[in-house]
Design a protein around this ligand. Structure first.
Ligand code: UD1
Length: 430
């Protein structure tokens, strides 16, 4: 089984190019099916989740042509309306974006219920509430969500909880609904804005994305366009924390520093130096990290998708830190693995109390989900000795060439399949 083998202890140093935002790409790919004209999308990350989304689109007759590794041309003029229910689509959470997109375009959609990372119960009641407010009948039958409307109309929707997925999904469906729709308590994440910009480029009229009230004026149809996806905030943040955790000096390039402010400010607080330029952020960690308190919150708060990475960093800091997870109730499952590496962390419900230790020691661990998997790799890079990380399929859902990018910064990490390859790696790096 594929795993990473890591020899820890070297600081990461150098520059790394950040790819397109996975979570924006998933929604934008789905949104591209809302026009019969051709759409060209650039900066699509080549990761498992985006590839599964493309496969699902192809399974209903969307023509997807790969121009190069990160550019796709999409034509959805010949969609066969049928249930989207292949095995792979259930594994990605963002399959739900096909409901909003197809419901908007055809007034009907049938998609298998979403899966995704096991980080807690992940209801879709707010998505359903939004579709119903637009006039759709929605039911769940045999694991499939069926949404249908005679004709979608405008609605006034208050989201009880700030939800990225529900905001984007309802926004997509409302773009082609007659009248003016208002979404209140909307999510403000950079990828919500990116999807709104993309829809507007296709002829939609969406205003206010990036604030908590989004106003949509329905239009009769959308047209083709070219669009480049924004850089991935979480990939960038992960490499920024890689610098902090390994006491390194890393510049993340091709980023929007504004999207990284909550991450940069925590790194500053724990003693890193940060240098920002137009499209890059440099993180230097020259001394032992300090402790802090963190509470994950919707944007512009500290992202839940960076919670495991900051916990791994604080596990090595001086003093006691507290990390509170406010979004997903099951997002500390990786702590047991980190404890095996020598961390001193106690989890009580949604709170982790971290007593910093001087060092981690290498161990055989496995990735419980996407972001925690990446964070455990960072722990391995800082640890004394060798670490193996199993279940890297989770990491590959959202990080393109993770091991290769880390090697570019001087990390000793390799993807291996067998015990023999692990031994070969060990001989090579001693
Ligand atoms: C998206 C991201 C995920 C990130 C999360 C929060 C994608 C594919 N995934 O997930 O990486 O961790 O945003 O930034 O973009 N909720 C409900 N009912 C709903 C929907 C959500 O109660 O109908 C709750 C969730 O349980 C959670 C909170 O709202 O507590 C936020 O979830 P949401 O923003 O919707 O996350 P996702 O869109 O699933």
């Amino acid at each position: 089984m594929e795993q990473y083998v890591i020899k820890g202890g070297s600081p990461l140093v150098g520059e790394v190019e950040i790819g397109g935002a996975k979570n924006a790409a998933l929604a934008i790919l789905a949104a591209a099916t809302m026009t019969d004209e051709t759409v060209l999308i650039e900066n699509v990350p080549d990761v498992r989740d985006t590839n599964v989304m493309i496969q699902a689109m192809e399974s209903i007759g969307v023509i997807v042509e790969r121009i190069d590794r990160h550019t796709v041309k999409i034509n959805a003029s010949n969609i066969r309306i049928q249930t989207i229910d292949d095995e792979s689509i259930k594994k990605i959470r963002a399959s739900y974006y096909l409901i909003g997109a197809l419901l908007g375009k055809y007034n009907e959609a049938e998609v298998a219920l979403p899966g995704g990372c096991n980080i807690g119960s992940r209801p879709i009641d707010l998505h359903i509430k939004g579709f119903r407010a637009l006039g759709a009948k929605v039911e769940i039958s045999h694991g499939i969500i069926i949404a249908k409307a005679e004709k979608l109309h405008s609605g006034h929707i208050y989201l009880d909880k700030v939800s990225v997925g529900a905001t984007i999904n309802v926004m997509m469906a409302a773009v082609l609904a007659e009248g003016r729709t208002i979404i209140e308590n909307a999510a403000k994440e950079p990828h919500v804005v990116d999807v709104a910009n993309f829809l507007n480029r296709m002829g939609a009229s969406v205003r206010g994305a990036g604030t908590d009230v989004i106003r949509i004026k329905g239009v009769p149809k959308l047209h083709g366009t070219d669009y480049a996806i924004i850089p991935d905030q979480i990939e960038a943040g992960t490499f920024m924390f890689a610098a902090a955790i390994t006491k390194g000096d890393v510049t993340v390039k091709n980023v929007i520093p504004k999207h990284l402010e909550s991450i940069s400010s925590k790194l500053l607080e724990i003693g890193c130096e940060i240098e920002e330029s137009d499209e890059a952020v440099r993180v230097v960690a020259s001394k032992r990290l300090g402790h802090t308190h963190v509470n994950t919150l919707p944007y512009p708060g500290f992202p839940t998708d960076m919670q495991p990475q900051i916990t791994v960093a604080l596990g090595l800091s001086k003093g006691t830190s507290i990390v509170t997870e406010s979004l997903f109730e099951n997002r500390f499952r990786y702590v047991d693995e980190l404890t095996r590496m020598g961390a001193n962390i106690k989890v009580e419900g949604s709170v982790a109390i971290i007593d910093g230790v001087d060092k981690y020691t290498g161990a055989s661990i496995s990735a419980p989900d996407l972001r925690a998997g990446a964070a455990l790799v960072l722990a391995g890079l800082a640890a004394e000795g060798y670490t193996t990380v199993e279940d890297i399929k989770y990491i590959e859902r959202g990080y393109e060439d993770f091991d290769e990018k880390l090697r570019g910064l001087g990390a000793m990490i390799e993807k291996v399949n067998t015990e023999k390859e692990i031994q070969r790696f060990k001989l090579k790096v001693v």
